[in-house]
Ligand binder design. Structure first.
Ligand code: NAD
Length: 421
């Protein structure tokens, strides 16, 4: 059954503002623009039904228009209840892309929107966090036979998909866009780093200088957040479970300690682990009065908010995206954006310039899946190296940066083993 092409957005009259936002982001997305121009000529996705579960932002608007230019018959839904930009959702509908996404939608509506996107009977899926793929495999498995392949945007989604592959539950090939170098080196590090601080700043207007900022998880996102908070004058404390990442954080000049210790001294806490209950009841109990807690990992499970709600004698929303919990000991704990990824809840997500590369990967990977239809197994595949390198080359070119090329002598030297000192 193919979708009846309805939509569900907050207010369709927001479309003009959404188009302006999409156009503004496009200025910083030159690589995607090049791909869009080629797609418009070659139509590599002609007539292919694509369902995308993505953060509905102005950058995603540009990805959607690129896929549409390539001939895709696209339907979109939100990949997080709080990340939708309502103007962009309205604009996408006006551009002829049925979109199901409303900022602040409850969990029931969120899943209803995913099912609406699946009603499109996709031949390809694009996911950010693997909720669409999970719903397809569990609730609408009747549709899987249509699917040629899919792509996944984020670390948490790739982890879930690898578990599905291991359990032999995955039924079609999916490319792990997150694992492309031109994705996580830049998007997760510089994108999350900057936009997480942006979200916290917009929600609270706090001064970063002099604050003790605890970063839970020193992966790609954690490195970015730590680097940027340090640049704003904060003292950084890192918590980790991986000895290599912890060692890296120490050598990068940060204090490293268990969360039980960090909980007692931090002013601001940022979780970016992809893990559950990283800030748990015992940590919440020993925190100072007035601490600010934010999450930038994919799901809202990193801070144990249900435990905090139980511990609190009162709760109120004192500013948009700021919930104040008052504990029995009189201490107040502020949770930002309901523990959902703060850069998208309280700010605009990653700047367009990094999404340019992430979404160039998405576009080229969908094209690759079509070209290789039938030859890929139901596995999680890496982004082909030539796609990754080509995106880096185009990005450098767009920035006006030139690099050297190996001479024939250097090529020979690097391939040989005989020559020493
Ligand atoms: N906010 C955004 O826009 C955005 C962008 C990209 C990725 N993400 C999400 O952010 C999360 C992190 O992504 P990443 O690419 O940095 O992953 P990563 O695997 O590079 O890093 C995660 C780190 O967390 C550590 N960790 C796990 N459990 C921990 C615990 N209990 N305490 C302390 N550290 C712990 C791991 O050892 C690892 O070093 C994922 O959920 C990902 O999907 C969000």
């Amino acid at each position: 059954m193919v979708s009846t092409k309805t939509f569900d957005v907050k207010d369709i009259t927001f479309a003009a503002a959404g188009k302006q936002k999409i156009e503004w982001a496009a200025r910083e997305m030159p690589v995607l623009e090049l791909i869009r121009a080629r797609f418009a000529k070659e139509k590599p996705l002609k007539g292919i039904r694509v369902s995308g579960c993505l953060h509905i932002t102005s950058e995603t608007g540009n990805l959607a228009l690129t896929l549409q230019a390539g001939g895709a018959d696209l339907v979109l839904c939100a990949s997080n209840p709080l990340s939708t930009q309502d103007e962009v959702a309205a604009a996408l509908v006006e551009y002829g892309i049925p979109t199901y996404a409303i900022k602040g939608e409850d969990d029931k509506t969120y899943y209803k929107h995913i099912i609406a996107a699946l009603d499109h009977a996709p031949q390809m899926t694009i996911d950010d966090g693997a909720d669409l793929v999970t719903q397809l495999h569990t609730k609408r498995s009747d549709l899987i036979q249509n699917v040629i392949g899919g792509s996944e945007e984020t670390t948490t989604g790739v982890i879930r998909l690898r578990s599905m592959e291991k359990d032999k539950a995955l039924k079609y090939p999916i490319i792990a866009v997150n694992d492309a170098t031109t994705k996580h080196f830049f998007d997760n590090r510089y994108g999350t780093g900057q936009s997480t601080l942006d979200g916290i700043t917009r929600a609270t207007n706090i001064l970063w200088a002099g604050k003790k900022v605890v970063i839970a998880g020193y992966g790609w996102c954690g490195r970015g957040a730590a680097m940027r908070a340090k640049g704003m004058g904060s003292q950084i404390i890192v918590t980790e479970v991986d000895p290599l990442k912890a060692l890296e954080a120490v050598m990068d000049g940060y204090q490293v300690m268990p969360m039980t210790e960090a909980a007692m001294i931090g002013d601001i806490f940022i979780t970016v682990t992809g893990d559950i209950n990283v800030i748990d009841k015992a940590h919440l109990a020993v925190m100072k009065d007035g601490v600010i807690l934010a999450n930038s990992g994919h799901f809202n499970v990193e801070i144990n908010i249900p435990a905090l709600a139980e511990m609190a004698k009162s709760k109120c929303t004192i500013r948009p995206f700021v919930d104040e919990y008052t504990l029995g000991n009189g201490h107040q704990i502020f949770i930002l954006g309901e523990g959902r990824l703060i850069n998208l809840a309280a700010a605009e997500g990653h700047p367009a310039s990094v999404m340019d590369m992430s979404f160039a990967n998405q576009s080229l990977c969908l094209e690759y899946l079509i070209k290789n239809k039938g030859s890929l197994k139901a596995r999680v595949y890496p982004v082909p190296d030539d796609i990754d390198k080509e995106i880096a080359r185009l990005k450098l070119k767009s920035m006006g940066v030139e690099i050297d090329t190996l001479t024939p002598e250097q090529t020979k030297y690097l391939a040989s083993w005989e020559q020493g000192t």
